[in-house]
Design a protein around this ligand. Structure first.
Ligand SMILES: [Zn+2]
Length: 205
């Protein structure tokens, strides 16, 4: 399999990651509502042809991470949804205002899989890794963990930044990622970090 590369096509303080295995690509997190023009421009600027994106995967269904889900489908990019996320999708419309120009995400035309199936689904597009359920920031949060240790965590909260989240749930998600081999964190906001910076001070091991 070709070596996997990662580029950021994000904007408005949010990272949208394109994971590429040659010309086979996966988009992780999907743009704010009403920003399809900006997404297309950033993909073009980073030399990512939209027709090479095999799946769009939202780490969770908040508007800054999944706002373009439907428009990407309409542009020919299938939406990859894990079963733990399905019930969160209809709630998206309750968080937007008319001026956001959110296009509601339909449920009947997604590629819906379990996390357990994710490795074989990703393998078919040349990407070695898995999708891991990592609740904490939200119940529907998942992370994409590649076999090279890269992990795309969306908004999984830094243990020192806990607010309304349940610290035990957040810690369990980080522990699960570390045990599965995560080393390098590609978050939904902010710079790439090493896994050590998140867990070392936290769980006292
Ligand atoms: Zn969020």
């Amino acid at each position: 399999m070709p070596k996997v590369t990662v580029v950021n096509v994000g904007y408005r303080s949010t990272n949208y990651w394109v994971v590429s295995a040659g010309t086979t690509r996966l988009l992780v997190d999907l743009g704010w509502p009403g920003t399809m023009g900006m997404m297309r421009a950033n993909l073009k600027r980073m030399d990512v042809p939209i027709e090479e994106i095999r799946y769009a995967l939202a780490t969770h269904y908040h508007i800054d991470h999944a706002g373009l889900g439907q428009e990407l489908k309409e542009a020919g990019v299938p939406l990859l949804v894990t079963e733990v996320q399905v019930s969160a999708i209809p709630l998206m419309k309750t968080w937007v205002k008319p001026q956001d120009r959110y296009v509601e995400i339909t449920l009947d035309d997604n590629v819906t899989i379990s996390c357990a199936e994710s490795r074989s689904v990703l393998e078919r597009i040349g990407i070695r890794g898995e999708i891991v359920h990592t609740p904490g920031h939200s119940d529907d949060s998942v992370s994409l963990l590649l076999d090279d240790g890269s992990v795309f965590t969306g908004d999984l909260t830094h243990p020192e930044g806990i607010g309304v989240e349940d610290a035990t749930v957040v810690a369990a998600s980080w522990r699960s990622l570390r045990e599965r081999g995560a080393t390098r964190i590609y978050p939904g906001h902010g710079p790439v970090r090493q896994m050590d910076s998140v867990t070392a001070s936290h769980d006292g091991q």
